[in-house]
Design a protein around this ligand. Structure first.
Ligand SMILES: [Zn+2]
Length: 410
């Protein structure tokens, strides 16, 4: 176990994460180690790891090679959380911090894109963003409006693209609360703070925020709104930005090319091609259903005409038939059809599925009384009603033995 200092007072950590975002190692000091829930909390004199907050996830990386599980801000302290097993190797003293810089860059791109998107929507529609979430794969904002047409989404996307191309500077202002009125803030600032951090997209958008941001909008590269759905009386927009758009585009192009090749239509017409295929499949399914019903009736009539398959018990006529390579679904269709044509107890089995189904429409007759005991004697399971019963056996020999009980006792 690490040596815990026993320090109980809050320990301040210098926030170097606003100025440092690279992959190279960074020197700091471990000032304290302490148990926190089921993990170990590492307190540093200065940190390059952003703690979760303002809708942005915490950074990942390592401290002296030990991977970070999470970074949380509790009160005035920044807790770098590591697993108790790996964290046992850490000691108070010099530390080498390594940031997962690619992940940080991606989250910073998404975050700055979110400012630009929310600001653009407010400017074009007057509708504010109520909440946001920057996920590892997808990001969302909830906008206080119910109507977002497809055309207005494209207008917003195009306006965001223009702002990205304009490469507006992102300016950070540290302001005491009394000067905040200078800025047309998009969100209500936090209360009780001595200094408010205002993030400005060069005259376009002003928002109080503690997250990490790009230095100019050009670094966003591209923003795509993937969907708009109604959510709690508002509209939830799902979006991606930066490299995520490239990854998404590759995936869609790959799928599009595959569909285009299979359907022999241009990529731009794959939607129409799939629609035509779905309609054709629907018609074929309906045709197959009709043929199956015709086939079932034919087979049912043939079955009932085989007089030598009819065995007589004290209870009445019983017909047993085994289908070696027919699925239980087809067997059920044949059985249901035969049931309409005869009052005999019809017992049909699918050898390939180890299943059977029994039908009897003779009034006042309960097939469960006849089937249950012999089925259970062979380890079968099943159930049903007085006129329909189906069951399953663990093996083919068990099913065969069950069927023989009826053919031999007849
Ligand atoms: Zn922000």
């Amino acid at each position: 176990m690490p040596v815990f200092s026993g320090n109980t007072g809050p320990m301040q950590t210098e926030r170097a994460y606003y100025h440092f975002s690279g992959p190279e190692p960074y020197r700091a000091e471990i000032q304290d180690l302490r148990p926190f829930n089921d993990q170990i909390a590492v307190i540093l004199d200065k940190t390059i790891f952003y703690p979760e907050g303002g809708g942005q996830s915490s950074d990942r990386g390592s401290i002296n090679g030990i991977p970070l599980v999470d970074v949380q801000e509790k009160g005035q302290e920044i807790l770098h959380l590591v697993s108790p097993v790996e964290g046992a190797h850490l000691r108070i003293g010099p530390a080498e911090l390594v940031l997962d810089a690619l992940r940080r860059w991606d989250l910073t791109v998404q975050h700055t894109a979110q400012h630009l998107l929310s600001g653009t929507i407010l400017r074009l529609t007057g509708k504010p963003t109520v909440s946001m979430h920057l996920g590892e794969v997808l990001c969302t904002i909830d906008v206080d409006t119910r109507d977002f047409s497809e055309a207005s989404l494209i207008t917003v996307e195009d306006a965001v693209a223009l702002a990205i191309e304009a490469n507006y500077s992102v300016i950070i202002h540290h302001c005491p609360p009394e000067v905040l009125e200078r800025f047309p803030l998009r969100k209500v600032p936090p209360q009780g703070e001595e200094v408010i951090r205002v993030v400005e997209i060069q005259g376009q958008d002003f928002s109080p925020c503690c997250g990490t941001h790009l230095s100019a909008t050009g670094y966003i590269g591209m923003l795509r709104i993937l969907s708009a759905e109604k959510y709690k009386g508002m509209t939830r927009l799902t979006f991606i930005a930066g490299r995520r758009v490239l990854v998404d585009s590759r995936l869609l192009r790959k799928q599009g090319d595959l569909i285009s090749r299979l359907l022999k239509v241009p990529v731009a017409e794959t939607g129409k091609g799939v629609l035509a295929l779905v309609e054709k499949t629907g018609k074929l399914e309906s045709r197959v259903k009709t043929l199956e019903e015709e086939n079932a009736r034919f087979k049912a009539e043939a079955l009932l005409s085989k007089a030598d398959l009819l065995h007589y018990t004290g209870e009445g006529a019983i017909l047993v038939e085994t289908f070696p390579h027919t699925s239980i679904d087809t067997v059920l269709t044949i059985g249901r059809t035969a049931q309409k044509l005869s009052t005999a107890l019809i017992l049909l089995a699918s050898l390939q599925d180890h299943k059977f189904a029994a039908f009897c429409s003779a009034p006042g007759f309960d097939i469960r009384d006849i089937l249950k005991k012999p089925m259970e004697a062979q380890g079968g399971r099943g159930g049903g009603s007085a006129s329909f019963f189906q069951g399953l056996f663990p093996s083919k020999p068990a099913l065969t033995a069950f069927l023989e009980f009826f053919t031999q006792s007849a």
